[in-house]
Design a protein around this ligand. Structure first.
Ligand code: SF4
Length: 290
């Protein structure tokens, strides 16, 4: 069955094939397939109303219209490259066996579950390192065949020297960790000797605005960012978003703007509120929504 995928906004991770659409159906419907299933992909919980409106608009053309994606908080199936994330991005596991209260991965997908490995140069697993060693090694072997591979946040509590050595040998050019809560730099400190010879970028996501949005909370985040810098990593500030969109004041927005990735991802439109997993909020910075 032909599948039309509908997205609420275009981001650097949105597929761009002929069956991927942004928003309502085009005025000229002549190029649309006669029969198709329509899948509206919603990345953020706070976008559900908009997703339902879009589904209604597409339902005027097609009978089978469904809303899915991380924003629905429903568990995900196996990963199909290019379906809801553009080709080049891949996911080899779902869920996370940790239960960090600010995170949705374990709430929607439960404990860490390995899924079949598919090709992609950017790995966006929630927590790869909770997978079996065999799986992790297979993923790294897949990455070694890619051009300039990258991996998302590696759990500093379980990362071991062989992980970093294998990623280095695989030609990974960027690794990321996280310092999501006060005191998390202690785990990051353990990683410092492991990455001493890693030649690529070393970035650390710093979650802000979850624990405390007062001035004291802001000071704590600033301190955490500086600790991350002192340890030799580049911090990327992530402003927390929960079930409902929170509009941060200028001081917090400036913080996110100041500590954004050095390199904006390929095809990034800088959409405000972009979230392919909450990690990408920072990657898309504070530019305009398209
Ligand atoms: S923040 Fe990371 S470690 Fe915590 S539940 Fe989410 S994916 Fe797992």
């Amino acid at each position: 069955m032909t599948e039309i995928r509908v997205f609420l906004r275009r981001t650097c991770y949105t597929p761009d094939d002929d069956l991927a659409f942004i928003g309502v159906p085009p005025v000229d419907t002549s190029a649309l397939p006669r029969h198709a299933r329509v899948s509206v992909s919603v990345a953020f919980p706070w976008d559900m109303d908009r997703a339902r409106s879009l589904a209604a608009a597409w339902a005027s053309l097609y009978r089978d219209v469904q809303v899915g994606g991380p924003g629905t908080l429903c568990p995900a199936d196996e990963f199909v490259p290019g379906r809801f994330l553009r080709h080049g991005i891949t996911i080899s596991s779902r869920g996370c066996s940790r239960a960090c209260p600010w995170c949705f991965h374990h709430k929607t997908d439960g404990n860490t579950r390995e899924i079949p490995i598919t090709q992609g140069r950017i790995l966006e697993d929630a927590n790869l390192l909770l997978c079996s060693e065999r799986h992790v090694r297979s993923v790294i072997a897949m990455l070694s065949e890619q051009d300039s591979p990258e991996v998302g946040a590696l759990d500093t509590r379980v990362v071991e020297p062989w992980h970093i050595e294998a990623l280095h040998a695989a030609g990974v050019r960027r690794i990321r960790f996280a310092a999501d809560y006060p005191g998390s730099h202690i785990h990051l400190r353990r990683v410092v000797p492991m990455v001493a010879d890693f030649p690529g970028d070393r970035e650390v996501f710093v979650l802000a605005g979850y624990h405390d949005r007062s001035e004291r909370g802001l000071a704590e985040v600033m301190e955490r960012i500086h600790l991350v810098e002192d340890l030799g990593f580049s911090p990327i500030c992530l402003l927390y978003q929960g079930l409902h969109f929170h509009k941060y004041g200028p001081v917090w927005a400036d913080l996110q703007e100041k500590y954004r990735p050095v390199e904006v991802p390929e095809k990034c439109h800088g959409c405000r509120g972009c979230l392919m997993g909450e990690r990408l909020v920072a990657a898309n910075g504070a530019a305009l929504e398209t």
